[in-house]
Design a protein around this ligand. Structure first.
Ligand code: APR
Ligand code: PHB
Length: 392
């Protein structure tokens, strides 16, 4: 049995766990991160990478913003296409803020590099991790690393172990309320080594279904089309995918689109979910462990970032200033912002997708919502301020 003691035991070494660990270490607070998978496995996940202003600021505060600032692309706007009409949402002009497009894989790599350089512990391939004694002042984690049993005694445990993690499941059912909505469709995504069709993202609402043109760099495109939940990647050849994508885009954009072999192809279901509260005893939940948003508004990582911001400041206040209010209020404060991000992600999903159960009336309302958006500065400001990130 390998036993160790730390201040904060973190379950999960995705962006949330790594960022929290990095921030705390810079303020002299010790952490141990237990991650179920190998580093390569974590870095093999392809996920969105639109960073709001305050997330980028947190990366800089964590001293991991250098490559993000060098290689990330500052985007001052994006497009919404509806049939043949393409409207630019100039988020910079509307809010004074921009977003940074920087892949989540790269960001996670930067966080891993920083953790390794500081010699800080991320224990990979940690199996059967379990939190214990959460309602006492001596919580601890157990698990296995290789053939060795491990035990980590801590002051607090933070569950950053994503939607399929163990933290949330440890909380008794009667202490937790889950709010959830599943959408009757998914996104089929393709990554291809081709020049992106547009330097700015294009979200397309079309009678055949939603489509998105995104990118990772000047030579790497990321495209999505809405598909039904019964479809799998095997139902879609690259040609079929690009054919369908073109049909959902305005003609001039479709004509410019360069297709190429997919280097990754996957289907993700869309869901909205929140668990309340985000604390049980001395276990705090953060990021995907506590909430999931559909990817439409690019809020997933950013919402995780706001949890980490609140928790980081609460822990620093607790240890440095003996001020415990941040920890006491964490769940309430984090949830207030989480729900606003949920609302926005739900709204954007509703605005841009085809819902199979919609009546003709519903479709008219949806068209009118888009027409209103394109004709009202107030509506555009509302969209833009959510897209660049609401204040923390
Ligand atoms: N024990 C240890 N680690 C675990 C366990 C477990 N039982 N279960 C899951 N994990 C690990 C996963 O392997 C993963 O690396 O926890 C990590 C959770 O990472 P993410 O799912 O990426 O969640 P989070 O760090 O909160 O990231 C925020 O924002 O855009 C969204 O979903 C997107 O990854 C993104 C997220
Ligand atoms: C992506 O690039 O993968 C992406 C971008 C914006 C979104 C969702 C996904 O809203």
């Amino acid at each position: 049995m390998r036993s160790q003691r730390t201040q904060i035991g973190i379950i999960g070494g995705g962006p949330s766990g790594l960022l929290l660990s990095q921030l705390l270490q810079l303020r002299g607070i010790e952490t141990v991160v237990l991650e179920k998978q190998s580093r390569e496995h974590v870095l093999g996940r392809i996920r969105a990478g639109v960073l709001e202003h305050s997330f980028a600021a947190l990366m800089r505060e964590a001293q991991v913003g250098e490559r993000m600032d060098r290689e990330g692309q500052v985007h001052d706007g994006f497009f919404i296409a509806h049939n043949e009409i393409k409207t630019r949402v100039d988020v910079r002009a509307l809010t004074g803020k921009s977003v940074i497009v920087y892949g989540q894989t790269e960001l996670t790599r930067d966080l891993y590099e920083a953790r390794s350089q500081s010699g800080a512990a991320v224990i990979h391939n940690a199996k059967d991790v379990r939190p214990h004694a959460l309602e006492t002042s001596r919580p601890y984690l157990t698990g296995r690393a290789g053939t060795e049993d491990i035990r980590v005694d801590c002051d607090y445990i933070v569950g950053c172990d994503g939607y399929h993690g163990v933290s949330r499941l440890t909380i008794p059912d009667d202490k937790l309320k889950v709010y959830e909505r599943m959408y009757p469709f998914g996104w089929l995504g393709v990554l291809s080594r081709t020049k992106p069709v547009s330097p700015e993202l294009i979200y397309a609402a079309h009678a055949r279904g939603f489509a998105l043109c995104s990118l990772r760099s000047a030579a790497l495109s990321r495209y999505y089309v809405q598909v039904s939940l019964t479809e799998t990647v095997h139902d879609w050849s690259d040609d079929q995918f690009f054919g369908e994508l073109r049909r959902r885009l305005p003609e001039d954009i479709a004509a410019e689109l360069i297709s190429g072999p997919s280097i990754e192809k996957s289907v993700v279901p869309l869901r909205s979910s929140v668990v309340e509260p985000m604390r049980f005893g001395n276990l705090f939940l953060a990021g995907d462990a506590a909430h999931i948003v559909p990817p439409t508004g690019a809020r997933g990582l950013n919402t995780a970032g706001s949890d980490i911001y609140y928790l980081y400041h609460a822990l620093v206040d607790h240890y440095r200033n003996r001020d415990h209010r941040g920890l006491e209020n964490y769940s309430q404060r984090a949830l207030a912002r989480v729900w606003k991000c949920q609302r926005f992600s739900w709204w954007m999903t509703r605005l841009l997708h085809c819902f199979p159960e919609d009546s003709d009336f519903d479709r008219r309302i949806q068209d009118t919502e888009l027409a209103y958006l394109f004709s009202s500065d107030a509506a555009l400001v509302s969209l833009a301020e959510n897209y660049v990130g609401l204040p923390l």
